[in-house]
Design a binder for this molecule. Structure first.
Ligand code: GDP
Ligand code: IMO
Ligand code: MG
Length: 422
């Protein structure tokens, strides 16, 4: 069977940490969408690792890690990720398998991303500038290059044709971006050679055989549900389906093969990049969350915007994904607040509503909060659910009741060990 783990907010919920914690229960960990816009942080044995494309099961000796067809791969970033893992003596050839159907991010996709953002001015998405949007555009526009193309004798011709077209498109944007295409290509071709040393597979076949052989598979989401191309805060979203259905198309797995759906959320909310954020804080409370939670993007280093937990948005994400169990992250960051607020409804064009509407821009939406008493205790050394402070239990019980789903994991720090099962 296949279990899914997905972010329920605007990304950076702590997916990497929990996938790493859960990997011991699985034979295969598979990424199904997104690309190096993701930054998944793992901390164990005093070391910190940030993974962008490589699944978060890579540090476990026996797990097979698959980069699925729904993922977009930048060979240059991928090469760096492999280099960063060199101390671990991982047998990548057998432990890290790449779908032939995954699309490639070319150097000119990154340039197009930058040109598009500059041309948008104030309306920019706040993209990570990794070329994600342009690569998915070429995929749906049926122009893309796939990993499997690298096995064809004419792949360089395909590459040249697409690059030539991209350069014309960049000129069309008429914005000032500096680049040295020769330098970019040299790095790209070198990285492609490295990528070729890995095993390219027909991953949908591999995964369905694994299911037949009773292997346990965990699909690892990237980004979060509110960044989903269909259900997120469009146009301030990423270019893939980050929600549960994306795991079916991004891996070639049928919906009836999916068992548990782990929905992961922070005990508060963060967002990096542009777009509406109803519970965003501009006061000292928001600054405290950012400081205590070290809220800086794992991929870009940009500061993350912070705010209270939004149960209207969470309920929406739970529904779209069919979440069966919840994981609450970073509760430790909330220690020391006198009062905690949770958004339980929106005022939308003058009416109180409980569902996530089409548009959540500030001119349409304001938030209504339910307040909770905070707790003083430091959670980071706690090891069992019995040790958690009473006010935190009240907070957890309220969320469970509102979302009608149990919170099975409470994370109390970034380390693998700082994980409490309920
Ligand atoms: P991902 O993209 O969902 O994998 O999340 P990121 O790695 O981008 O961001 C999560 C950040 O929070 C990382 O810096 C983690 O090390 C950290 N983190 C994860 N869980 C916890 C937790 O329970 N408490 C604290 N304080 N930090 C956490
Ligand atoms: P993980 O997997 C948080 C955001 C960007 C921007 C928007 C579009 O680490 O949770 P893109 O580069 O996809 O064109 O950017 O989406 N974004 C993320 N925010 N976590 C991520 O990934 C993100 N990936 C993209 O900041 O607002
Ligand atoms: Mg991240």
């Amino acid at each position: 069977m296949v279990d899914l783990l997905l972010g329920l907010q605007w990304g950076d919920e702590g997916k990497g940490k929990i996938v790493d914690v859960l990997t011991k229960n699985y034979d295969i960990i598979a990424r199904f969408q997104g690309g190096p816009n993701a930054g998944h942080t793992l901390i164990f044995d005093g070391n910190k690792h940030v993974l962008h494309t490589i699944p978060s099961g890579i540090f476990h000796k026996t797990a097979i890690n698959i980069v699925g067809n729904g993922v977009v791969i930048d060979p240059v970033i991928f090469e760096k990720e492999l280099d960063n893992l060199s101390a671990y003596n991982i047998d990548f050839k057998s432990k890290l398998l790449i779908s032939r159907k995954a699309h490639l991010i070319l150097p000119t996709h990154r340039l197009l991303d930058a040109a598009s953002e500059i041309s948008k001015g104030k309306a920019k998405i706040g993209s990570t500038l990794k070329g994600i949007g342009p690569t998915y555009m070429d995929k749906t526009g049926r122009n893309g290059m796939r990993v499997g193309d690298l096995e064809l004798s004419n792949w360089k011709e395909k590459y040249q044709a697409l690059t030539k077209k991209h350069l014309k498109m960049i000129a069309f944007f008429d914005v000032d971006i500096q680049y040295d295409i020769v330098e970019l290509e040299t790095a790209f071709f070198k990285a492609v050679d490295r990528l070729r040393q890995l095993s390219f597979i027909d991953s949908e076949e591999y995964l369905n055989q694994a299911i037949k052989n009773n292997k346990n598979i965990l699909a690892e989401g990237a980004q979060g549900s509110l960044l989903d191309i269909d259900f997120g805060t469009y146009p301030f979203v990423t270019s893939s389906n980050t929600t549960a259905a994306g795991a079916c198309t991004g891996l070639g797995i049928a919906p009836n093969k999916i068992d548990e759906v782990f929905g992961i959320f922070k005990a508060y909310t963060t967002r990096v990049g542009s777009g509406p954020f109803p519970t965003e804080l501009f006061d000292e409370d928001g600054a405290t969350m950012a400081k205590v939670g070290h809220e800086f993007g794992a991929t870009t280093g940009r500061p993350r915007r912070c705010g209270w937990l939004d149960l209207v948005a969470l309920k929406y994400a739970v529904q779209v994904n069919g979440v069966t169990q919840l994981n609450m992250m970073k509760g430790d960051v909330l220690s020391g607040f006198d009062t905690l607020k949770v958004c339980t409804s929106y005022m939308y064009k003058g009416n109180e509503i409980n569902h996530f509407p089409y548009n959540i821009d500030p001119e349409n939406v304001s938030v209504k909060y339910t307040e909770f008493k905070g707790w003083e205790e430091d959670l980071t050394q706690m090891e069992s659910a019995e040790q958690l402070p009473e006010n935190l239990i009240t907070y957890i019980n309220f969320i469970e009741k509102e979302l009608e789903i149990p919170i099975k994991i409470v994370s109390v720090g970034p380390d693998r060990k700082q994980t409490i099962f309920r």
